[in-house]
Design a protein around this ligand. Sequence first.
Ligand code: NAP
Length: 311
Amino acid sequence: MSDAAPLFNKLCLIGLGLIGSSIARAARARNAVREIAAYDASPQVLARVRELGIADDASGDLSSALAGADLVILCVPVGSIGAVARTCAPYLERGAILSDVGSVKGSVTAQVAPHVPPGVHFVPAHPLAGTEYSGPDSGFSTLFENRWCLLTPTPDTDAGMVEVTAEFWKRLGAKVEATTPEHHDLALAVTSHLPHLIAFNIVGTAAHLETVTQSEVIKFSASGFRDFTRIAASDPTMWRDVFLHNKDAVLDMLGRFNADLKSLQGMIEQGDGQGLFDLFTRTRAIRKGIVEQGQDTAAPDFGRPHDGKAP
Ligand code: NAP
């Protein structure tokens, strides 16, 4: 528990899945807020939140969850966020910060901004932290530690409100940087969206191969395939929405990826061993840089224990 005073009186989280429930746990563990209210469209999720005891109020009444909240964070899939913002708008308190955690920022800003009432400060955010698990049981209080959280305020967002939102994420253990929604969406298309698309594709292709049996795919998976299956097990709703809402940047990166793949194909066809060696040497150095910056450990298999649980 942090000795520092809470930054907000009342945090209201809308959507208590992996990210929302992790924020609830981290905010409480680090004394970031005095009170936590939780609202979710699913009565089963709310019942589980009550059992887990990770919020002070999870009664299922949206107006009472939002009453008095000076920080509201939308933690729902990107495709639902506009509708959720519209439903919340009448109950938002003047002076409150409205934020989110959506994985795409241009679309989220376009969907939410029209519903933000006068006097409410909209500060979009995206914590670059997650796992392949979903739901309130999958969250944990250390999820954001040493991870980046990107804020994408509009030019007219009050600078003081951006600062206090940044302080909130720092209190949860994150490192914070501000950028534009456009730059965020391009950067994340490279670092997150394209790798997920490749994993979905590889695992899908392997599942369709007729010359290799399903049992062999599973049995020999440790030779590389297994690491892709972890990413390809990510939430289908979330990822459907990411690709539909970051369409232009993902298609741009996919075009570049296809060109690079073609060049790799050419090296193999022409027996260009030096070209392959040079490329793999450069990619190995990128992995080293990620470990050196503390964004992963050097332990094999992404440092994950083999007990099937999130870290
Ligand atoms: P999740 O575990 O599936 O949780 C989403 C929660 O929102 C679920 O409980 C869902 O209920 C609820 N919900 C859906 N529509 C709603 C609505 N209209 N009103 C209220 N609640 C609603 O997903 P998550 O991984 O936490 O992702 C949440 C957001 O975080 C997404 O925008 C995602 O892009 C972003 N994000 C995810 C990650 C990651 O790695 N997972 C990382 C960073 C950011 P049901 O289960 O009943 O649908």
